[in-house]
Design a protein around this ligand. Sequence first.
Ligand SMILES: Cc1ncc(COP(=O)(O)O)c(C=O)c1O
Length: 501
Amino acid sequence: MPIPSSLARLELALDERSTRPVYRQIADRIREAIEAGSLAPGLRLPPIRTLAAQMGVNRDTVAGAYEALAAEGLLESVVGRGTFVLGVAGGGPSEPVALELSERVERLLAIDGARPRIDHTSEALPMHSLIPDPALYPLAEFRRSLNRAIAKGGADLFEYGGAQGHPGLREELAEHFGRSGIAVSASEIVLCHGASQGISLALRLFAREDEAVAVELPTYQNVLATLAGLGIRALGVATSAAGPDLDALARVLAKPDVKAFYTIPTFHNPLGTTTSLENRRALLELAARHGKPVIEDAFEMDLRCSGRPMPPLAALDRHAVVVHLFSFSKALFPGARVGSITARGRAVEGLVALKHATDLSDSMPLQAAMAEFMHSGAYARHLGRMRRALRARHTAAQEALARHMPAGTKWTRPEGGYQIWVELPFEIDTRDLLTDAARAGVLFSPGSQFMPESGGSRGLRLTLARLGEDEIRTGIERLARCVEARRAAAGERRAPRGVNV
Ligand SMILES: Cc1ncc(COP(=O)(O)O)c(C=O)c1O
């Protein structure tokens, strides 16, 4: 059979600047010709040797292209006879099928799409970021812990570890929590892939699609996304510096379809505030009266840098209604993805079953390393350094806010954690302010990000996770200039709504 003229006409032009391997380029051109119908089924392709000589490439290169196409079912090689076109399944050129995503994922995409796009490569000061400063990661000490963990654990450490997580780390955490007043045993702790997975497991433990969960208003944006992804409704409870509004909480918890209350009582995200002891006790009594669980997100509990320690809800819990979430992401680093959920009784069994059904288990080498890191005292030493750094940053931020922000601006005075909430004294959607601020060289998170409904907000969140004192001063000064400019443009109109801080 002669060389098909259609193949000769293709001439299989190669792009010399392409990083795609030559054999892949040859395969692409032949596939295109088959899909376009110019190489019909049954045609014989030129022998490898001939095509290689014609194109000035190695025979292996052409053989590789033919093999790749044979693997895709487009060609067939018959020993002693040659390589033949088989054709495309279904005939014509292949069109990607537009797969229909689930309704919940479409909602998630809408939430994601509404988030302000921040140019992370810009030089602007990242006062929106909640990722701790990599300069403070105790890498050398953690590496020693990992080495010790592997030396001790050996190959066992690299098997599936069991859904509840590494027993040694659970022991360490039980002791650690005990120092905050949470009386818990290792058997009541389930390790998980960061507090994020803890949130998802805890929500799934109590609520299903079309039911509802009470959340503070404002609240952590990703809990809103997790709820949307699970098809669970978020019911907002107004929250101020002292904590959630108890009357509003009572009304929401009384609804039969509300299955739990998710709260961040210590160094709230985004407010930075700590729920008062009185409010803590009252909300626990309320939850117990309504028989509803409280999901306590204690993601920054180890980051207190001033004031008196406040007992976690789990330490005050007389009715076993609290499910407590912990994370190493903010006090240490997020990349290890280690967090925990503490619960009681059947809730623990439920969490272990859910964790197993979700992903069998987490990374044992990392959990074992974390256990070593805690046991050796390295975590406690690291926390001392973090708290000192954080104290200096908060002092700088408070002074800069007082010095630069226009009169009437309110902000929170956190005793730890990274986030500060700022309320502007005039009508503005802080999403608009972000555009000015980014141009002026500072980033923040607009308040709308932390609300279940996508309305504007005159609040904004600043974070101190990645900046030293001088940068914090500079960032706040830049922000204040943008605020002043907007206020001058807006006149002195009063703002209709905001968070009472
Ligand atoms: C309130 C809150 N909970 C949980 C997390 C997530 O923590 P992790 O990295 O442990 O998943 C964050 C992260 O920013 C957070 O702000």
